[in-house]
Design a binder for this molecule. Sequence first.
Ligand code: TYM
Length: 332
Amino acid sequence: SPRLYSGMQPSADSLQIGNYIGALLQWRDLQSTHDAFFSVVDLHALTQPNEAAELRDKTRRTAAQYIAAGIEPEKSTLYVQSHVRAHAELAWILNTITGFGEAGRMTQFKDKSARYGSDATSVGLFAYPVLMAADILLYQTNVVPVGDDQRQHIELTRDLAERFNSRYGTTFTIPEAMVQKETARIYDLQNPTSKMSKSSESQAGVLWLLDDPAVNRKKIMRAVTDDEGSVRFDRETKPGVSNLLTIHSALSGRSIAELEDEFAGSGYGDFKKAIAELVLSEFEPVRARALELLDDPAELDRILSLNAEKADTVADATLSDVYDRVGLLRRR
Ligand code: TYM
């Protein structure tokens, strides 16, 4: 079966609904038809300021949420990126074939470095997409399910794989991005033209998977809409309502057209109540299971360690091929 790879940063205590809808729901379904690898990318998270104990905690919490959302660690390989040393090692090799200008054109890097200023922008942040390419290429990945914000990074990954293959001989599988068109982007509830994000400043616009249900209900009831008063999908003129329709459709599995019909006569209050019910009932078992898993960190660590061994075997094979091809002398 085709090889699949994806990951998330442990950049907050909880995942947000964009990660859940844009990534985890796909991952869960795809693991039965693919040989899937899912990582918690803690090395990537080091590009943000972190307190050591907090990063460890967020890493466990992220892994627990994968499992709670239905990623099965006996079926898929669910591991922590830093447990597999090959990631950092392949990233170094790929850095040597990445253009400075090429890396500088990544829009996420441009946005972040513009916000931080050049002294607070690390070389690690600049090389972030190259580490992501290493993640994907180590596993001879065919498909990478992501939200559309990661599309450009997958393009870079393909370019680097093709460049390496043509320079050194066929080594890497060329991966494809898999982006679910309808749910590729969930927007901030308070600012529905910006992507919802774990690092968002507006707490009121982000629905956290592990948050108190009452808090999430309140955020949904206060979501920004418009003055028209009709439940209709139009991303341009009705971004708030359209975003809520997307969330409903992703969780209920019903089409936007069906939902527009159902809510044709309703006001926004009733529409939001329906969404709150849906989100809360979706989150409730996931939250409960994640908290239960976090009650037994030793068991969670054991699962992660077993899976890291599986990942190590695959990653090492690719890395040693790469070392040979670029001419590194083997240690005897
Ligand atoms: P991260 O941690 O920012 O996000 C994890 C996944 O969630 C998706 N996502 C969203 N989808 C829809 N709407 C949103 N508002 C939303 N916010 C986030 C992201 O597209 C992503 O699929 N660089 C990656 C992590 C990574 C990775 C990899 C991914 C590292 N190595 C290898 C795939 C393969 C990142 O920061 O994702």
